[in-house]
Design a protein around this ligand. Structure first.
Ligand code: PLP
Length: 423
């Protein structure tokens, strides 16, 4: 049988032809530009997408591995970290001056926060092999990945009936081998901000590190608060919070490959670095998991932050909040219920207790009508991660949702299995 494996072509091909082929390759992708996708992609408007793209292209070959060669990227990264520390109320006095880095994404930021916590514990003489981290059931799976890579145990703890991290149950799961506690702001499955002040009390009492995963909310919560949304304090205002992960490629609207890891103090940040010099090419110290770091992602984030400013982010946030409120109300009017009481950019919803509606059947109906979103399980539901541009299509979404519910209740699409994430 002839090999199916791709081969490097012998001859070169002109770009115009390749561009056509690339476009054709995307024919089966979700058409997120039509605003019917509510996962993976964030659509803040064509002008912002253009700024992100042009800034990326300007620095696409530059490499933040070499700050001496590219002081431009060092400066941009410092600016981005400064902006983040200010947005997240990091104190600026004494030892608590704050520090951080840009990373490739939320997962890398979470791995680095966990590694820093582990190495800071080891520096205090604690045996960290197989030490544990305690997280609510709703924390992102990136914490499992971090624990796996770093030789730690992860303990996932049930949430309250409001779907929030349960500080009492989490305290009970801490033992002398626990080094870290996690809260989300908000969590991915339900879009809810965990009670960070209560988790902080537990962390301070038990002398463990508190990490806040604000990968979703870091560049949204400050503007939602300005728009009057009431959130528990979730950032460095809370004493026990040691690190925060916050993604620029989500609600920062930068090109993909941009997140931030922030530390309360520079002393703490020192444990994030990795240094070695036992090879011929000399000593090397790197702050992140990646060696080479794409200049494009850094430039794109820097440019979008400055393009939008507080004013621009507030406007995008207002539109998201508007879309979520309308969808939440519409969902309730259709006899479904949201999981918890989401007040930011995410919502998941399913049937009320005792209703045997197949919500995955509804999801399939929506998929057949061109809507692409995630699902949640236990309890089952449809999951929406909203973009500013969804405020233009919220009514269409609800109209199609009603049709899909009617069809699923008719039994045609009953007993549909949960669509698999990332498959
Ligand atoms: C709350 C939360 N944390 C972490 C991550 C991981 O981010 P990334 O996919 O950029 O690695 C996500 C991704 O959706 C998330 O929602």
């Amino acid at each position: 049988m002839a090999s199916q494996r791709a081969r490097l072509p012998e001859k070169s091909e002109i770009w115009e032809h390749l561009r056509e082929r690339l476009t054709a390759l995307g024919a089966d992708d979700v058409d997120w530009r039509n605003k019917k996708t509510a996962v993976y992609v964030f659509h803040p408007g064509d002008d912002v997408l253009n700024v992100a793209k042009e800034a990326y292209a300007l620095y696409q070959s530059e490499n933040a591995l070499g700050p001496a060669a590219f002081p431009s990227l060092r400066r941009m990264e410092e600016d981005v970290i400064g902006i983040a520390l200010n947005l997240f109320h990091c104190p600026e006095d004494g030892d608590e001056t704050g520090a951080g880095n840009m990373t490739s994404g939320g997962t890398e930021s979470i791995i680095l926060a966990t590694k820093t916590c582990r190495d800071a514990a080891a520096a205090k003489g604690i045996d960290v092999r197989g030490a544990s981290i305690v997280v609510p059931r709703t924390a992102h799976l990136a914490f499992d990945k971090a624990a796996h890579y770093l030789g730690l145990e992860i303990r996932r703890i049930d949430v309250t009936s409001d779907y929030l991290a349960d500080p009492v149950a989490m305290r009970a799961a801490i033992d002398e081998r626990t080094i870290m506690l996690v809260g989300s702001a908000p969590c991915f499955p339900y879009g809810l901000v965990d009670p960070i002040p209560a988790l902080s009390e537990v962390a301070l009492d038990c002398d463990v590190w508190l990490h806040v995963d604000a990968c979703v909310g870091g560049y949204l919560n400050p503007f939602a608060e300005l728009e009057g949304v009431s959130l528990p304090e979730w950032d460095f205002r809370v004493e026990g919070v040691r690190t925060i992960s916050a993604d620029l490629h989500k609600y920062g609207y930068a090109a993909k490959g941009a997140s931030t890891i922030l530390h309360r103090s520079a002393e703490q940040h020192a444990h994030q670095l990795f240094s070695a010099d036992n090879w011929p090419a000399g000593a090397m110290t790197t702050p992140t998991v990646a060696g080479t770091r794409p200049g494009g992602a850094i430039a794109s984030a820097w440019a979008v932050l400055h393009y939008l400013g507080v004013e621009g982010y507030r406007e995008k946030t207002r539109r998201i909040l508007n879309a979520r409120r309308r969808i939440a109300k519409g969902v309730e009017d259709l006899g479904l219920r949201a999981h918890g009481d989401p007040n930011l950019c995410l919502i998941s919803f399913g049937p009320v207790e005792g209703d045997d509606l197949s919500i995955f059947g509804v999801w399939k109906g929506m998929h057949d009508r061109g809507w692409f979103s995630g699902v949640v399980q236990n309890p089952n539901g449809i999951h929406l991660m909203l973009s500013p541009s969804h405020d233009e299509v919220a009514d269409r979404y609800l109209k199609d949702l009603k049709t899909s519910i009617d069809i699923a209740r008719g039994g045609e699409d009953g007993h549909v299995a949960a669509p698999t994430r990332y498959a």
